[in-house]
Design a protein around this ligand. Structure first.
Ligand SMILES: [Fe+2]
Length: 415
């Protein structure tokens, strides 16, 4: 199967994975796998905000992008976070997130950890091509999965420092589980931010930004201190801190930004930038990936960014790409050791003609060939979202801004 932009879907293509949406908290398939696609379905998907889907065709046989957690577990995790948000919002944030709710979330973290370990896929791209709804809940679960992937790599290779400063490699599972609880709840303080500020298009005023900056501490204050240990609280409190001191709310720097908080920060930036939000188009995953890498040494510690680089691949399996010799290809399988140089299947020549005999290339063995860009489809106009100029203009506007911390904050607060 392969990923095709919704704008590029044509009659005759077959949906390879079901597309999910939710109505009043009930999850339902907008379209089920195996459905032959029509122009009517294409328009319906577009209206639901589905930017791309998986289709089956001859070019993509044998390509099976991994699902690190099952759709059912993703949904249950979203519902568990959603019920906490819902109850807290009803009480205007005066309530505390109680021990029973924390215990329910903890069980979800354990289930997600189990599925990640079972999948055996250490390299992972966000491949949740569901309808654009419930952003905050989807974001919470994406940050959980990403953070656990990066966290496992970081804690097993770099170890962790105990109170004496000794580096240790034991107890990793327990520490990951504590971190996971913080990852699921990292933005719970946002329910206290008035919606007009959260959804405001354009730049926030200084006063509005001050309110946004309170959400990490507000989140910590809301959760029952006895139910949530320190290794979870540091995630909520510190996910917007940056090691150069430019973050918030405390402006901590260097080692004062806990490793768990830095891992959460990387997962948060990556998912916020690569997801569609209320008024902001998504950015391609490789741009989000490169943005995190560009923050090495300033936003996050360099060894942690290296762990991110080894755990998250920039190109989703099944996506069409333009390679440097002008040909088009599909990403077939990511390589854990060389995440930016996957195995690709070259399907079209530089004139856009389908090759009778597609060629598979492990890019690591071909250093002269690089991936230039991801494409909306293998054939025809390659632009995403059917309007390349508009997308390109948007990308240019944001490209500089996203590299600044203010830009990242702005991107993150658009939930
Ligand atoms: Fe946040």
């Amino acid at each position: 199967m392969r990923i095709v932009s919704t704008s590029r879907l044509r009659s005759g293509m077959t949906l390879a994975r079901s597309v999910w949406s939710s109505s009043r908290g009930v999850r339902q398939a907008l379209l089920t796998a195996g459905t032959p696609l029509t122009e009517g379905y294409r328009r319906g998907l577009e209206r639901a905000g589905v930017w791309a889907v998986y289709v089956d065709d001859g070019f993509s046989s044998g390509v099976e992008p991994p699902e690190v957690i099952t759709p059912e577990t993703r949904e249950r995790a979203m519902q568990a976070v959603g019920s906490v948000y819902h109850r807290a919002a009803q009480c205007g944030g005066h309530t505390r997130v109680g021990a029973d709710e924390v215990a329910a979330l903890d069980r979800m973290v354990a289930q997600v950890m189990h599925e990640i370990a079972q999948s055996g896929r250490l390299v992972w791209c966000l491949d949740d091509l569901g309808a654009f709804d419930r952003y905050t809940l989807r974001h919470s679960v994406n940050v959980l999965v990403l953070g656990l992937m990066v966290g496992r790599e970081a804690l097993t290779t770099l170890g962790w420092s105990d109170w004496r400063g000794d580096v240790r490699y034991d107890n990793v599972e327990e520490r990951l589980r504590r971190m996971g609880l913080g990852l699921l709840l990292h933005d719970v303080g946002k329910i206290l931010i008035p919606e007009p500020i959260l959804k405001k298009p354009g730049r926030l005023s200084a006063d509005e930004m001050d309110i946004v900056r309170q959400h990490p501490q507000a989140g910590v204050d809301m959760v029952d201190g006895d139910a949530l240990g320190a290794l979870s609280r540091v995630v909520i409190a510190g996910h917007h801190e940056r090691i150069d001191g430019s973050g918030y709310p405390a402006g901590r720097s260097g080692d004062a930004v806990h490793v768990h908080a830095q891992i959460a920060g990387m997962a948060d930036v990556y998912d916020a930038v690569s997801s569609t939000r209320v008024y902001q188009a998504r950015r391609p995953t490789q741009e989000a990936w490169e943005l995190v890498l560009s923050m090495s040494g300033s936003g996050f510690g360099q060894p942690l960014v290296e762990a991110f680089k080894r755990s998250v691949a920039p190109y989703p399996e099944g996506v069409a790409v333009l390679v440097s010799d002008g040909r088009r290809a599909l990403v077939v399988r990511n390589d854990r050791e060389h995440t930016s140089r996957p195995l690709i299947r070259v399907t079209h020549d530089r004139e856009g003609r389908a090759l009778a005999d597609p060629e598979e290339l492990a890019l690591f063995d071909h250093p002269s060939i690089t991936i230039l860009d991801t494409l909306a489809d293998l054939e025809g106009d390659a632009g995403w979202a059917g309007d390349r100029d508009e997308q390109r203009g948007f990308a240019d506007d944001l490209a500089g801004e996203l590299r600044t911390h203010e830009g990242i904050e702005r991107a993150e607060t658009a939930a």
